[in-house]
Write a protein that binds this ligand. Structure first.
Ligand code: PAF
Length: 282
């Protein structure tokens, strides 16, 4: 496995593979890799001839008061996980490589980037869309793999790729969970012991929402309200950013219990922001 730091080298290597007819699977990450990332890399390995993993903590997707400086970084451990998953290349550029002096361009997926997580994290999805487009342009993969845990991010990337005619297939991969239901996230490392033991109750509340949806007795808004109440009751001290039952592709609030829907939530537990979601196929 090779580590590539320079964008020009990554572009050239990927171009050579494509010319040789070798398909590229790509897993973009911010490092601090866990089993969720491993599942993306392993799937990329199964479905492609070549596998590239990027490790880049992207400064532009963090707000001024967010955790960019303390975001976990564990590059040596990341390399071991990438090698074990069968990656051919770890692309690990510097911020200067990605955002050289004079960089002015950004990508805004309007209407999708200012709702839900976008409301409490203004500018976040502009940073995500811009870096993902730049990485896709460098690697030009046949397939790019993203976790469904960041469902809002996945929906934005799908929209961007469709709107701009990028030829990568965007593959959404199921959320990987701890045995108690907590969705794996690099930010779980921030949780204090008591917060860690309460954190799985977020997913438990989403599962309650799913059961209520299947009963069909409540309207979408009443279901979100019930889930919100469940979170407040079961996780004392949690702050709720949002609980929302939405159309699975437009992310617009569901008006009726019809079609593929998604129940998404974001809460604050102490200094940690947790997000999770569940699919509702009706
Ligand atoms: O999901 C992430 O880790 C990041 O948002 C991504 C897609 C790698 C862009 O920085």
């Amino acid at each position: 496995m090779k580590v590539v730091a320079r964008q020009a080298e990554m572009t050239e290597l990927a171009r050579r593979w494509r010319r040789a007819g070798e398909s590229i699977g790509f897993a973009p990450t911010m490092g601090a890799l866990h089993r969720g990332h491993a599942s993306l890399i392993e799937r990329a390995r199964r479905e492609n001839r070549r596998v590239v993993v990027s490790v880049f903590v992207n400064p532009t997707q963090f707000g001024p008061r967010e955790d960019y400086a303390r975001y976990p970084r564990a590059f040596s451990k990341d390399l071991r996980l990438c090698a074990a998953g069968g990656a051919d290349v770890v692309y690990h550029p510097t911020a200067e490589q990605i955002y050289p002096e004079g960089f002015l361009t950004s990508v805004e997926v309007e209407g999708l980037s200012d709702v839900l997580c976008g409301e409490s994290r203004p500018g976040h999805f502009r940073g995500v869309a811009t870096i993902v487009l730049k990485l896709l342009e460098t690697v030009r993969p046949a397939r790019a793999y993203f976790g469904e845990k960041d469902y809002h991010q996945l929906a934005i990337i799908r929209r961007m790729v469709q709107d701009l005619g990028c030829d990568a297939e965007i593959v959404g991969c199921p959320t990987v969970r701890e045995s108690d239901g907590l969705a794996l996230s690099s930010r779980n490392a921030y949780l204090a012991p008591l917060e860690r033991s309460a954190a799985p109750l977020l997913y438990a509340a989403l599962k309650l929402g799913k059961r209520l949806t299947q009963d069909g007795a409540l309207a979408p808004q009443a279901i979100s309200a019930r889930v919100r109440w469940q979170i407040l009751k079961s996780i004392p001290g949690a702050g709720i950013d949002y609980v929302s039952l939405v159309d699975a592709s437009t992310l617009k609030p569901a008006r009726a219990l019809r079609g593929p829907l998604r129940l998404l939530a974001a809460i604050r537990l102490g200094k940690t922001r947790l997000i999770d979601n569940i699919a509702l196929s009706l």
